[in-house]
Design a binder for this molecule. Sequence first.
Ligand code: B12
Length: 430
Amino acid sequence: MGRLGALFFLLGVLGALAEHCQMPEVDSKLVEMLGQRLLPWMEQLSPEQLNPSIYVGLRLSSVQAAAKESFYLHSLKVHYQHSLLGSASSDSGDDSDFPAKPSMGQLALYLLALRANCEFIRGHKGDRLVSQLKGFLEDEKRAIGEGHKEHPNTSYYQYGLAILALCVHQKRVHNSVVGKLLHMVEHDQAHLSVDTAAMAGLAFTCLKRSNFNPEKKEQVTQAIRMVREKVLRAQTPEGFFGNIYSTPLALQWLMTSSMHGRRLGTACHKAGAALLASLQEGAFENALMISQLLPTLNHKSYVDLISPDCQAPRATLEQDTETLPQTQVPEVIRVTLKVSSIEPPYQESIPVPAGSSLEDVLKKAQKLGRFTYETQVSLLGPYVTSVMGKRTQEQEFWQFLQVPDTPLLQGIADYRPKNGETIELRLVSW
Ligand code: B12
C-alpha cells in the first residue's frame, strides 16, 4: 500500500471509530401525542400568541398539522411583516394599531420558520428584515463593548439564535459579530448555561458547514469542542444535560457532531432514555418546550435548515377529540407564598383547588389582598416582571424557588404546586 493508500486507510479507521450522538428509538404514538398538544396553540392567531418556534418544531418533526400549518405560517408572515415593516410604510406616524415589535430572538425564529418551509428570504421586504436582524446584532455587539466587559441587552442565547437564523439563509455576519460569541464561550463559561451553549454550538456549526467567516475557522472549530465539553460535563446522574428542559436543545446540537471513542454515543443514549422516561410521566406541556423537543425526537436540528427536506413524509395529526371525564369538586390545598426581597416581607398560606397552577395561586393571593404582581407575554407563557410593585432592573429577574433553595424548572402557568408546598419569589441578578 502506497503512502496515500495508507493515509486513506487510517482516515477510514478513524472515521469508523468516530461516534455520533444517537437517541434511542422513539414510539411514534408518543410523538403524535406531543404534536397533538401543539394543535390548540395553532388556533391562537392573535399577535401576542403567535409563536414561530411552534412552526419550526413541527416542520422538523415526523408529524404534520396539514392545512393548519400553512395557515399558521401565513398568519406569522402577516404579523411579522406588519409589525416590522408596516410602520415604515405608514405616513401618518401613528403606530398605535401596530402590535409590539418582535425582539431580536423572535425575528430570528421567524426567519427559521421561513427556512423551515424551504423559503429563502429575498426581495426588498426580505432585505429589510435581514438588515433589521443584522442591525440588532450590531447594537448588541456595541452593548457588549470593545473590552467584552458588558453584556447584550437581550441575552447570548438570542445573540446565537440571530447568527444561526442569518446563517441558514446564507447571510453572512461580520467577523466582529461572531467574535463576541466566540469570546463569551472562551472566557465566560460561568455564565454559559446549557441552553445558551447549545444555541451557540448550533450557530457555530452552521457557520462551519457553510464555510462562513473563514478567518475565524480555527477559533470556531475550537469553540465547538469547548461547547461540547461544557454540555457533556453538565450531564446529571439521571442523564439530563443541565436539566430536563435544556436536554432537547443540547441533544439537537450534539446530534450535529461526532467524536472519537464512545463517550458521546453513551452520553446521548443516556440523555435520550432519561428524556423518554420523563415524557411517559407527562413532563412536556409547554408548547415552546415541545417545539424544541420535536426535532430532536426526529433526529433533526436547526442546522438542518441549511438545506431542509420539505418533501419528507410526516404523519398527519388528528385533532384529539377525547373529552376529559367530569371530576367532582376538587379538594382544596394550601400553598404558602413567600416574598422576602421586600420590606415588610410577605408570607401567606393561600387556599386553591388541587391541581391549580402557580399562576392560579398568585391570582388568588392578589384577590385576597396585600399581594400584587405583573406579567408580560412571552413565547413561553406569562413572564413575571414585577412583584409587590417592584419591577426588575437590568440583569435582574424574579426567580421562583421551592424553599429552601430549589429553583423551579417551569413558569407560573405550567408549575402545579402540591399541598403544603412553600414557593418563594426572590429578586436576583443573572
Ligand atoms: C435567557 C433566559 C432567561 C433569562 C430571561 C431574561 C432575558 N433578558 O433574556 C432569565 C435568566 C431572567 C430567565 C428566567 C427564568 N427562566 Co429562563 N431561559 C432563558 C433562555 C436561556 C432563553 C430564552 C429566550 O431568549 N428565548 C428566545 C426568545 C425569542 O423567546 P421569548 O419568549 O421572546 O424570550 C423571553 C422569554 O423566554 C422570557 N423567559 C425566559 N425564561 C423564561 C421562563 C418562563 C417560564 C417564561 C414564562 C418566560 C421566560 O425571557 C425572554 C426574553 O425576554 C431559555 C432557554 C430555552 N431553551 O428556551 C430559558 C428557559 C426558558 N427558562 C426557564 C425557566 C424555568 C426560567 C425561570 C422560571 C427560572 C426560575 N426558577 O425562576 C425564570 C422566569 C421567572 C419569571 N420571572 O417568570 C426554563 C423554562 C422551562 C419550562 N418548562 O418552561 C428554560 C427552558 C431554561 C431551562 N432549561 O430550564 N430565563
